[in-house]
Design a protein around this ligand. Sequence first.
Ligand code: ARG
Length: 461
Amino acid sequence: MAKMMWAGRFSSEADPKVNDFNSSISFDARMYRQDIRGSMAHARMLGDCGIIEKSESEKIIEGLQGILADLDSGALGFDPNAEDIHMFVEQVLTDRLGDTGKRLHTARSRNDQVALDIRMYLRDECDEISKLVFELTETIINMAEEHLYTVMPGYTHLQRAQPVTFAHHLMAYAQMLYRDLERIRDAKERMNYLPLGSGALAGTTYPINRKQVCEELGFTDITYNSLDGVSDRDFCIEICSALSILMAHLSRFSEEIIMWCSWEFKFVELSDAFSTGSSIMPQKKNPDITELIRGKTGRVYGDLTTLLTMMKGIPLAYNKDMQEDKEAIFDAIDTVKLCITTFIPMLSTMTVNKENMRAAAAKGFINATDCADYLVKKGRPFRDAYKITGTLVALCIKKGTTLEELPIEEYKKLCSDFDNDVYEAISLDTCVMQRKSDGGPAPEAVQVQIEKLKAKLRVFE
Ligand code: ARG
């Protein structure tokens, strides 16, 4: 095995167990592109500032380009014995260039290097995840446009409450996902500051030009405190918390789909391609995907807890604890991407049983509020109207009937304000169509909601 890079200070080799325990190459290798790009910018700056010879800087950049190409093509594999991706790239460069390769790490530490790599890696992933969330939001909006008139029960406490439309229900998720897009964008903006040049913790005595590196790597600005530059992982926590909220949304949606698939609801049916069977019960068609998404939500929350806990007790500046950031944040990213990628086709191939949705909305006194509102419109104070309607509902339950079918005489017995036009006022269609307040479920209001959201989404296209 290659001698450890700090061999000068140490008189004996590390125990192999320590090397394995210490190593992060198995999981940080995925940042090799960011690591190499960062090193190229650093080498260029070292040459431009006269910290190393221009010709050597050029050789280093060329050498790094070669390593990048070889890793991309698979001609070069990662050395599992390397401590981390930073040491690996530097080692290969030195193997290929000799002493010139050894000059790359001038005026730099792995502490600012790793902070740079993660920021670069995560900002790319923010874009990838945004694309997926955008696609999911579009899928939902398309479905909503098809179901403007699909009446379904709206629930509170999982009790039928007031009628809505499936479009309206779907659009609630589109709104949540839009906020997720905003949160991911904000997190990306806040992480886009260059920590390189912070050194190990206290900057450097070399006349480096951080602004140049900042510009080459596309950062908004540099970080202005070297201790903070190397020890800040807020951006990992922030994106992970945005992803946790996103997962909460997917999980709630999944939970509803699970219920809607049940024989008790029968509101939707998942396509066979996105369902699974049982090994023993031949009749079963299980919504495993949605259950897995619900389950994996806990996993992403776990990643967030890992990050928060990892950071809460460590003194400034870098501590090795922070190497634990990567597995947590990578897992959160992989999980979210996997979930959305599966959720989109599952949703777009799901069939909606409009009749069952409507039938469920037609029962359960979902129009009771509208019955009370009818009396209010005739001049009764709402509290009185509420009480009269409550008594009517109790009467219906006793007689085994509904408000729609209760004879007008029964209505009049309780309140002389009732007339035949009450049936029109409490019809399911009226109940939905008249709920046209801004943000309400009436098709015309949902149409406005869709247009407004589409306009806001344009910045994410
Ligand atoms: N692999 C390390 C990490 O992920 C890189 C930084 C190591 N720095 C150090 N001084 N040990 O955090």
